[in-house]
Design a protein around this ligand. Sequence first.
Ligand SMILES: [Zn+2]
Length: 289
Amino acid sequence: MVTVTTSAETAAETYAEIGVIGGSGFYSFLDDVREVAVTTPYGSPSDSLFLGELAGRRVAFLPRHGRGHHLPPHRINYRANLWALRSVGVRQVMGPCAVGGLRQEYGPGTLLVPDQLVDRTKARVGTYFDGEPLPDGTVPNVVHTTFADPYCPEGRAVALAAARGRGWEPVDGGTMVVIEGPRFSTRAESRWHASMGWSVVGMTGHPEAPLARELGLCYTSMALVTDLDAGAETGEGVSHTEVLRVFGENIGRLREVLFDAVGALPKTEGRACLCTRANEGWDLGIELP
Ligand SMILES: [Zn+2]
């Protein structure tokens, strides 16, 4: 059940410590979900936040493409999405997504928890520190955020353990290359991505991950392979119908693994990872929410 929030809500009801960027397939099963509309200095996020309690944790779900899946990957307001999550208290983010496999052994139904990222997008704003003034008049400084290891090591360990706990042996590590889309890759592009040693190809993992890092948020990607990418398969290439079919077949167990992972994430105040200190030593110039 979804309750729409009014201005009279208490702070506790609009608080969440963990964010999940993923569609309604993840939160529609929760008993008591509260819809909270959030505005940010960067405009509107993809949709309202849907707040609920899960495994004793306060969680905010955000449909990455909007609830009707109307936003293509290149038109998602990634800055507003991460900012909105942080503004309700979120400090750890899980980012499940659908990807194409770049190796024969990473066929449909594979769950891969990447440890590296390659950005092949072309036209997306990938930083908060771009010198543009915020509506309150403050101006972000030039900041170069530490990003050698783009994903939270604690979140990754939790996601891997959760998958194993459900009998779904995950691929531990690998590189996600993110393309601009919305079209799928040509065979030549796909063969090139594979020849570079990269593991899976997606369309949303960048700039989601670096923006989370700029805000000091832990970010963990959980990549569900829905198809073999064009260079790795021998048929007619990737089709959307096939992607949807495989996603539908796996959403149940992906949700189970995700929920187990959410419950097992470290307490926000007890985090020992570097994610929170990525901007250490920098004067940001702006106040993070
Ligand atoms: Zn972290």
